[in-house]
Write a protein that binds this ligand. Structure first.
Ligand code: LLP
Length: 417
């Protein structure tokens, strides 16, 4: 959590210069609110650290694909990491430069490849032999050339939640180092494809830099072995994965990570690519919610709120911890222990468990660090319209996505009569 941008003034929680209560009153709840200043700060941390090297910071659109966020990052010079045509269309609609787009993902369709080739993206990160063959065929059919990297699975334990670990050999992602070598040899003979780089992405919410450095060493070794065969790798893409400090225990920063990365590649003629998602947007946003009622059972106290697992899936899916703050610090009353639950009909519908809070029905709460994988994973489960999103800069607040209506919920459906 960025304490200078999300802080109490006169006992009222603010985002930049605006009391969050004002946003709740103006735009309703549940509401995602993001700080532009935080976004810029996070991006610049990567950019400043990498200044001395040719580099491309490809923001991972899946973390938060709102057009305003993509547009703000594009203006700061970002490239984009995409995993679907939908994400590509978002980048194009938001004014992102296709020449700075990298296409990752384990299941690109031929139609998606064609669209990406037509708009002239920077490079494809290839994840299997079948995909290499499909891209080769597509480029031949279209008489187009393109850059490729192979996503190598370095078999490194990122020490994160198993659902978001991707660089272990039992996962579906990438190819082994051994397989990569044979694929590079094959690709070297494909005239339409330019071998450009090597890529990996070992997981997400990684809090120390050691797993990255372990993966890096394996990639550098592969680069050296390929060079002996005359296959020259010019770009090293370390993927995304750096975590944010949800629990405020202290974790490695982008600057520390980038500095270590630069040190390890010094003396090598490599340009660098990173694909950060969470560490760019995660701590820039929060989910604002109102307490509908307080419910006490024989065993527990629940604060039932108007946001739910469909709005922010992470606690239900990964038992993820998000700090929950009251918007008003009451001087009267006392703190009690609550589970913070939504109205959805699932026992896993909680946003936080056993939180000490001095609250009452009608109060507003902020679920912090919800900028990444919050709205982008939201669904309409229980026929709940998805929340609005608002961007704040100083004293200015602008809706960057309207709240869904009940009409939106049923769009495209038809009765069968
Ligand atoms: N590049 C690739 C190829 C990826 O698969 C991902 C994330 C990223 C970059 C960005 O990773 P980041 O810097 O955000 O860690 N829904 C989960 C996270 C899933 C991450 C999937 N891949 C969560 O809420 O924790």
């Amino acid at each position: 959590m960025k304490k200078q941008l999300f802080s109490y003034k006169n006992n009222q929680l603010h985002i930049e210069s605006i009391p969050l209560e004002k946003l709740a009153n103006n735009f309703g709840t549940p509401l995602y609110a993001y700080s532009y200043k935080a976004l810029k700060e996070n991006f610049l941390a990567y950019q400043n650290a990498l200044e001395e090297r040719p580099h491309l910071i490809c923001y991972a659109v899946k973390a938060n694909g709102n057009l305003a966020i993509i547009n703000a990052l594009a203006k700061l010079g970002a490239g984009f990491d995409i995993v679907s045509q939908g994400e590509l269309e978002r980048v194009l609609a938001a004014g992102g430069d296709p020449k700075k787009v990298i296409f990752s993902g384990v299941g690109k369709t031929q139609a998606e490849m064609q669209r990406a080739l037509r708009v002239g993206i920077h490079s494809f990160n290839i994840e299997s032999e079948a995909e290499l063959d499909m891209l080769n065929k597509t480029t031949l059919e279209m008489s187009i050339q393109t850059n490729i990297s192979f996503r190598v699975n370095p078999d490194v334990d990122p020490k994160t939640h198993p659902y978001i670990a991707t660089g272990l050999k039992e996962t579906k992602f990438g190819v082994s180092v051994k397989k990569a070598k044979s694929l590079y040899r094959r690709a070297a003979k494909m005239a339409q494809l330019h071998i450009h780089g090597v890529d990996c992405h070992i997981g997400s919410q990684i809090t120390t830099i050691e797993p990255f450095l372990e993966a890096l060493d394996r990639l550098l070794h592969l680069i050296d072995e390929l060079a002996e065969e005359g296959i020259i790798i010019k770009t090293l893409d370390m993927g995304g994965g750096l975590g944010i400090d949800y629990t405020e225990e202290g974790i490695s920063s982008p600057t520390t990570y980038m500095t270590a990365l630069l040190e390890r590649v010094s003396g090598r003629d490599l340009s660098l690519v990173v694909e950060p998602g969470r560490s760019i947007v995660g701590d820039t946003g929060l989910l604002l919610t109102r307490i509908i009622s307080i419910k006490e059972t024989e065993d527990k106290k629940f604060a039932v709120i108007d946001a739910a697992m469909n709005d922010l899936h992470r606690p239900a899916l990964y038992q993820a911890w998000h700090s929950i703050l009251p918007l008003t610090q009451h001087s009267a009353g006392e703190s009690k222990t609550y589970d913070i639950a939504g109205p959805v009909c699932e026992s896993s519908d909680f946003l936080g468990k056993e939180r000490e809070l001095n609250i009452q029905a009608g109060d507003l709460l902020a679920i912090m660090d919800a900028g990444a994988y919050g709205f982008s994973m939201a669904s309409n489960y229980n026929a709940r319209p998805r929340p609005a999103e608002v961007m704040v800069r100083g004293e200015e607040a602008k809706i960057i996505r309207a709240r869904e209506s009940y009409e939106d919920l049923m769009r495209g459906e038809a009765k069968f009569d």
